[in-house]
Write a protein that binds this ligand. Structure first.
Ligand SMILES: [Zn+2]
Length: 302
């Protein structure tokens, strides 16, 4: 979809919603805090919002409509953010439902999807659009991606990815191939950087405990100023609840330039099916090990 078509579709969606549920979009008065409703969601989520408007109309008593209005309906880090004025009780549970629905709705096409990273950016994607996002990272750009898409490959049974995709649904093999293709180069570490990253070991030991098995770094190029991805490999499954505490500790210890990803060793067997396929493939194909620091023995080996 080109940008003009997307813009037209967005305007049509918004106009239809305002026409159908005018009371939800009313702006009252002219004071500073009465700006227009801020709406910024991808097309795949229009259906989620339409249902929310509908549900709110169904639960809101007529007498309370006067005090209600949406303030903000936006996608942020691939999550739906909603703010509104008015009666909380009947509306908040509907908002929670809408957020949950958005979290599993492809933001391009509206089909079932999952929130996944590609190169540091998150989006909720169905399998097809996840593969499309991965192809946008092809090292040889659009023409490289197009060539790959049409070329038969032994690992796909001699079919091209395009032909393979026709098999519905696309299988993990195809996702894995696309993931592999999109991986950044394996970083090289000079001695000062290696030493600096080794200092993350005790920080994460404390945050993650004995489940921490190894540390790897990917997409690390200090000259680019973009930081890198630190991958903590854990025994068993990755536990998302450990993430926040570990991120905080890293930031407090001067590692806020690194994105932390937790990967369970059990995920490595099939990255395409893992909760975080991008980090999983980084761990397998595009990262290097950060060894634990050993006591400096240079004074002894003279
Ligand atoms: Zn999709």
């Amino acid at each position: 979809m080109d940008s003009t078509t997307a813009e037209r579709r967005y305007r049509a969606f918004l106009a239809a919603a305002q026409l159908r549920f005018p009371w939800q979009f009313r702006t009252r008065g002219q004071s500073d805090d009465q700006e227009g409703v801020q709406v910024d969601v991808p097309p795949g989520w229009y259906g989620v919002l339409e249902r929310l408007f509908h549900d709110v109309e169904a639960v809101m008593p007529a007498a309370e409509r006067e005090g209600f209005r949406w303030r903000r309906l936006c996608a942020r880090h691939a999550m739906l953010e909603v703010a509104f004025d008015g009666l909380r009780d009947p509306v908040s549970p509907r908002v929670v439902e809408a957020r949950e629905r958005a979290a599993v709705t492809c933001d391009v096409c509206g089909h079932p999807g999952a929130r996944r990273e590609v190169a540091g950016r998150y989006a909720v994607s169905c399998t097809r659009h996840f593969i499309q996002r991965l192809l946008q990272c092809h090292p040889e750009g659009e023409s490289g991606a197009r060539l790959w898409w049409g070329t038969p490959q032994p690992v796909l049974g001699g079919r091209s990815p395009a032909a393979y995709m026709e098999a519905d649904p696309p299988t993990e093999t195809l996702i894995e191939q696309a993931l592999r293709l999109a991986m950044p180069p394996v970083p090289r570490l000079d001695a000062p950087n290696r030493e600096r990253l080794q200092a993350a070991w005790p920080v994460l030991d404390e945050a993650l405990g004995e489940r921490l098995r190894s540390l790897r770094v990917a997409a690390f190029d200090p000259r680019s100023g973009r930081g890198g991805t630190l991958i903590a490999m854990l025994a068993g499954d990755a536990d998302p609840s450990a993430q926040a505490a570990a991120v905080t500790r890293l930031a407090r210890n001067g590692f806020s330039d690194l994105r932390l990803r937790l990967v369970g060793q059990s995920d490595l067997a099939s990255p395409a099916a893992a909760a975080d396929p991008w980090a999983c493939m980084l761990a397998l194909e595009a990262s290097i090990d950060i060894p634990r620091a050993t006591p400096d023995q240079s004074v002894l080996v003279r």
